[in-house]
Structures are given as C-alpha cells and as structure tokens.
Ligand binder design. Structure first.
Ligand code: B16
Ligand code: MG
Length: 220
C-alpha cells in the first residue's frame, strides 16, 4: 500500500510549546516544593497531562489524593493556557508550511495526532485550525501515547488503513505509538535519537518529501 496520509504530532512538530509546559509545571512544582528541571520536563514529551503530573509527583515523598492531583493539573493548565495566549503563526516551526503545501499538492491527506487536550486552542492561535483533514487529540482518546489509539483514530477518521499512514513525532512515546499502530514513524528533534524510528531528521527543513512517501520502512 502507498502512503496516502501524514499524521503530525502537534507539540514539538508543528509548534514548540515545551517551554510553556516547562514554565507551568515549574510553577506548580515550586509551589509544592518538588524538584523539577528541564531534564525531567523532557520526559513529559507526548505524555498526557495526568501522567506528566505523576512523573513530577514521583519526585515527592508526599502522597497526593486524586482530588489534590486534579486540582494541581487544573492549575497547571490555567497557567499553561495563559502562556499559550502568546502563540501566533510566527511560532510555527521551520519547514512545516512547506511540507503541508507539498503534501496537499500531491493529494496526500494531513492529520493531527496529539495527546494535548489544548489542540483546538493551539491550532487556532497559530492559524492552522482549518488546514487538516482530521484532528485526533487528547479530548477524543482514552489511552495516551505510547498507546497507538490517537494515531489509529486519525487513520479511521481519514478512512485509511494504518499502513497507508506515516507519523511525524518528536517524542519516543509517539514513535512507539506509531510503530504499535503499524505506521511509518519519522522522528524529528529529540526523537531523531529514537532507535525504532524509520526515518530521522533534525527538523522538518531537511525532510525529503519523496522519501517520506516511500512505502519501504527503513529501519535505522
Ligand atoms: P495538555 P503532543 C503533548 O502533546 C505534549 O507533548 C505533552 O508534553 C503534554 O503533556 C500533552 O500533550 C498533554 O497536553 O496538557 O495540553 O492536554 O506532543 O502529543 O502534541
Ligand atoms: Mg510532541
């Protein structure tokens, strides 16, 4: 089967929101007196909000109730959304627009597959809300990456088989989810170090569109 769709992760592929996630989680962990740094923040890439909180709380001795955890996650999201107000089309990462145009020109479907529940807001802020054929995100799934649910949902929304889809991801959890879905997996940024990605690039400006659409999955 040929590649008929490309599913884009959002945070870290279309737009870089990791600094805002970091700032919001840092405020919460400082308030709770929990150690948190950029290295720990890297482990939150592609991981859901509540699972991210669990990773942060694993650095504390205190046992948090479910209610306390929900309040912390809600507070973090309020801080994060306040920071997202600053996002604009200028924050779209290099290479994204050219790739979207190139794919449209070849009649390839484009979709979003993101763990973020803020996907509609982020797409709105960067002016790309109307550009995708399908949007699967944290609001429509039960299991977060590395589970394949979000990518399988995107393929279903497009009416395509998983083997017809390629995924572009910046997180190990996302590459694992794409492979578990039976899709071609392209790692960029920090995911360029992923062992199981089929193709790897530092960013989207060096991605070769013909290579992306090749069916043979090159294991490197
Ligand atoms: P939210 P992606 C992920 O987005 C982020 O990489 C991850 O850091 C975040 O915890 C997750 O979304 C949930 O985000 O709190 O906005 O629902 O990379 O899958 O597009
Ligand atoms: Mg990501």
């Amino acid at each position: 089967m040929k590649i008929s769709a490309v599913i884009f992760d959002l945070d870290g592929v279309i737009v870089s929101t990791d600094e805002y996630h970091y700032q919001a989680w840092k405020q919460i962990s400082d308030q709770e007196n929990i150690y948190f740094d950029r290295e720990i923040n890297e482990k939150l890439r592609g991981v859901s909000r509540m699972e991210s909180l669990d990773i942060i709380l694993s650095h504390s001795d205190k046992a948090y109730s479910e209610k306390e955890k929900l309040l912390l996650a809600q507070r973090k999201n309020e801080i994060y959304c306040e920071l997202l107000n600053k996002l604009s089309p200028n924050d779209i990462l290099p290479g994204v627009i050219n790739l979207l145009i190139g794919l449209k020109g070849r009649d390839i479907k484009i979709a979003i597959g993101s763990s973020s529940r803020n996907t509609p807001f982020i797409l709105d802020q960067i002016g790309l809300a109307a550009n995708f054929d399908a949007i699967a995100d944290g609001n429509s799934i039960k299991k977060s990456k590395p589970d394949p649910e979000v990518f399988l949902l995107a393929a279903k929304m497009l009416g395509l088989e998983p083997e017809e889809c390629a995924v572009i991801e910046d997180a190990q959890a996302g590459i694992d989810a794409a492979k578990a879905a039976g899709m071609k997996a392209v790692g960029i940024g920090s995911a360029a170090n992923c062992l199981n990605a089929d193709m790897k690039f530092q960013d989207l400006t060096n991605l070769d569109i013909n290579q992306l659409l090749e069916v043979n999955q090159i294991r490197s």
